[in-house]
Design a protein. Structure first.
Length: 300
């Protein structure tokens, strides 16, 4: 019989040994209530063995192929025994809980928020960038507009002066750091693997909400994020999946009339602007990535 833990931390490693090890150093690995699972998503080198040897308390799950963000996390979910599953990007670092010199339990404020109401299925901490002045990345999201899919991360780019220290509901969880009740996952389902990379946490948030759960932002815990260490901010890989997946998100979540208006806006106005911008900078790799994203969506 497998030992059951209170919290299962799940993180994905893909050619990111240095970042993953730095994350491990910020986790209380000796905490008997904590289970830490690293899913190695078919890294080029045998990074899984290095992690196992360096951190014997950590459970390493190896995948023979890259399953993407959702597929890797789903592999972790199947291996986890915790009542609360804490999904963390491997390029994050855990900060101390505000107002608590030593927490009785790891990420106790997140658990307290989840347990404050049976309707709360997921909770995200405050997320700040790990570099520079540690500016805010996330303190909740505004809703996506139905046609343009535009929204914003509340507080993005601001200094943290305590102005976002009030917990509140939010329409979407942030994929870099989110804690979810096991019962909510069992009811809503696993992460949608059709995206591979980007937009899956937004879709999963809608799945959780359709299952009857709320999502909250809890500022008492801070996670510091290095941001896009795996794919890069201006990489063709990121551009391809962002282009393809926002269209896929529309197909899966918008009603018919709104869906087609959104298709028109994204495929002609947004894609047209992106292609013109990349052509002006002689970024033909980005032009190809953008057009390939639209083409592959149409073939789905």
């Amino acid at each position: 019989m497998r030992q059951k833990y209170e919290i299962s931390v799940i993180t994905i490693n893909y050619n990111g040994l240095k970042d993953t090890c730095e994350l491990m150093e910020t986790l209380p690995l000796e905490d008997p209530s904590l289970e830490v699972i690293v899913v190695d998503n078919a890294s080029r080198e045998d990074e899984a063995t290095v992690i196992e040897q360096r951190y014997p308390q950590v459970k390493v799950v190896r995948s023979q192929r890259n399953l993407g963000f959702a597929g890797g996390n789903n592999l972790g979910i199947k291996a986890a025994t915790g009542q609360y599953l804490f999904f963390l990007n491997n390029d994050t670092l855990i900060g101390k809980e505000k107002g608590k010199e030593k927490s009785e339990k790891f990420a106790s404020a997140l658990i307290e928020r989840l347990e404050s109401d049976a309707k709360i299925g997921a909770v995200c901490p405050k997320i700040r960038f790990s570099w520079g002045e540690h500016l805010i990345q996330y303190t909740g999201y505004t809703p996506l507009s139905p046609i343009t899919l535009r929204n914003r991360s509340i507080g993005f780019g601001e200094k943290d002066c305590g102005q976002y220290d009030q917990a509140h509901t939010t329409p979407y969880a942030h994929g870099a750091a989110m804690m979810v009740k096991r019962e909510a996952i069992e009811k809503a389902g696993l992460m949608p693997e059709c995206y591979f990379l980007y937009y899956e946490e937004l879709d999963w948030s809608l799945m959780l909400r359709r299952a009857g759960y709320d999502i909250w932002y809890e500022p008492a815990v801070t996670v510091f994020h290095k941001e896009s260490q795996t794919t890069g901010q201006q990489s063709p890989l990121r551009t391809y999946y962002i282009t393809r997946n926002r269209l896929l998100f529309v197909r899966r979540n918008q009603h018919r009339a709104t869906r087609y208006l959104s298709y028109l806006y994204l495929m002609f106005i947004v894609t047209g602007k992106d292609v013109a911008k990349y052509m002006s900078k002689n970024r033909w790799d980005m032009v190809r990535a953008t057009l390939r994203g639209v083409y592959h969506f149409l073939k789905l």
